[in-house]
Write a protein that binds this ligand. Sequence first.
Ligand SMILES: [Fe+2]
Length: 377
Amino acid sequence: MTVGAGSGVNFEYKGEPLPWDSWATATGLPIYRGHHIEDLRTIELGWWEERQCKAAFIQLSGQEGICEGRVTEIPPGGSLPEMRFGVDELVYVLSGYGATSVSSEGRPAKSFEWQPRSMFVVPRFARRRYANLSGVAPVRLLHYSYFPLALCATPDPEMFFSPTLERPELVYQEGLYADPSQRGLSGDLGGSVEGGDSYWSGNFFPDLGVWDRLEENKGRGAGGLIVRMSFPSSELTTHMSVFPALTYKKAHRHGPGRLIVIPAGEGYSVMWREGKEKVFLPWHEGSVLVPPDRWFHQHFNVGAKPARYLALHPPRMFGGHAEAIEDRKRDQIEYPDEDPIIRDRFEAELTKRGLRSEMPERAYRDRAWSWKPGQKA
Ligand SMILES: [Fe+2]
């Protein structure tokens, strides 16, 4: 069942579904397509007999067969059967309280507990179990992986669910699921983290709704803050942006495969292919959206509190920036160069809510100026 099929959806290439599309379709589960889903906590799921749970796939335009999004639900007091998966899997907790245990080679499991807005990575090949620790409320998890890419290389799904390989050194590594630690510059990671600043490394981030170890992200405007995250022994990376109430970021564009989920805030995003019509997408906690390949996109906070968005990155070769090779300015629109509809719409949305823009006037006059959170000019 395909839900929300929209324009620009790359379901088929050259008339043939990609291996992941064929596999996901065969499960009979809902596959959500289009540009965004306003609330993953409430979307309709289907029954997945093989996994003994309710689930749905997220394959929005812009995931481009690179990454898989999947929502699973665990009923109150329930747990999912143990399973294995041959690729690294990032899990973001949409709702509920629970625990995960991971093990390898029949050795004792390592367990940890999580809550809404936790994020963790389960290493490839590990045996994993997910349990709901509440007897009242269901759990919803968002899983993100590069499974569609892996299936292009080896179109045999069973190989990834019944792997013969064990990697105990990943499961029993020191500090697995301990507090993240701050690591050096992104250069230390071979450039796999965007930008040139520091990143936090760990397999468990307890609550991205309150994570406060942030640094300035001057280039993208709005006095925004950022944390970049990486995961030991994995190619997965993420970043989270935090930006103040009643402001908006600069429009920019890059490559495909970035799934954006909202841990906190109220706002909307605008996305458009250069020269084409703009699409406006409202969001709040639990929303998800994906900017299609090389589409401009821009994020707006129309709430009274700082907003947060978490971007789950594709493999690093899908960065898609023009920087260095071409002109970075072609990939970012400074405030003075915006289509007037951008500012007008933002101010109209605030007026509807009885609020006023906190965007400094100077931002619209001076392309080179950047400001800190709370700074006015
Ligand atoms: Fe972006």
